[in-house]
Write a protein that binds this ligand. Sequence first.
Ligand code: G3I
Length: 302
Amino acid sequence: ESTLGAAAAQSGRYFGVAIAGNRLSDSTYATIAAREFNSVTAENEMKIDATEPQRGQFNFTAADRVYNWAVQNGKEVRGHTLAWHSQQPGWMQSLSGNALRQAMIDHINGVMSHYKGKIAQWDVVNEAFADGSSGARRDSNLQRTGNDWIEVAFRAARAADPSAKLCYNDYNVENWTWAKTQAMYAMVRDFKQRGVPIDCVGFQSHFNSGSPYNANFRTTLQNFAALGVDVAVTELDIQGASPSTYAAVVNDCLAVSRCLGVTVWGVRDSDSWRAEHTPLLFNNDGSKKPAYTAVLNALNGG
Ligand code: G3I
């Protein structure tokens, strides 16, 4: 196959991209995005600050722009993200305790109802664990509402849209030996044992010199899948865009039957949140980088 999405589809997977709605008017950007990818994540437009700027007043203008473009171009959509310590609107940042807990539930209900039946996977909770060696939860206003906030979010999400796969999504959890990975594993194992509704785990996979790709990523994916959840590479970018590292990540996903697909976090290097890392598959002029060819070849089976 000659595009990333079609090549991934040969094994029942997708190859997705993060879309920034305000770039869709750039024809180079939109042409590549429409041609190459068969799954879309809104880079910012479905986040809490964008969708509920005032409490109880939902605004889906920017989110629907990305959603409608994706559907009109035949792509499935990953929802990102419902409960997160970051990109909270001001009103939510100032809440705590029971009021914040209820606001989180109301937000999940409001956004998931709008997209009920239309989203393949939702990142229900994003980035809840601390970096470093503690294996602890990240301190945040949500965490301070009580340690059960994550399972409460997943239960609300299941009730709001039973058709969406419900994911927990995080970064620096790709290396099996890291404490953060082990903490996330223990949470997912506990959720599965107690029947908390979780269907998938997203590995963001922002690889850079400080947290590089390690070949034990495949072990990580396999071990999570063995708990009875799907796995996905949700925000892939690699500092320097080494073709062999890109191919290795794709091959790790292909090696795990429960790996649903891979999403790269932007189209061209100039679209990246870390443009200075030149971490993506396309040059600023829209031409394909060596990493693109490596990914396509891997998806085509070698
Ligand atoms: O839209 C405004 C613009 O009007 C304003 O002039 C400009 C000035 O700073 O800011 C613009 O908003 C920025 C927005 O991206 C859109 O470009 C925000 O400041 C900026 O904070 C925001 O960054 C996003 C970041 O999440 C915020 O946490 C990145 O685009 C986005 O790629 C990044 O994505 C996250 C995932 O959601 C979760 N995992 C990590 C990943 C990378 O940080």
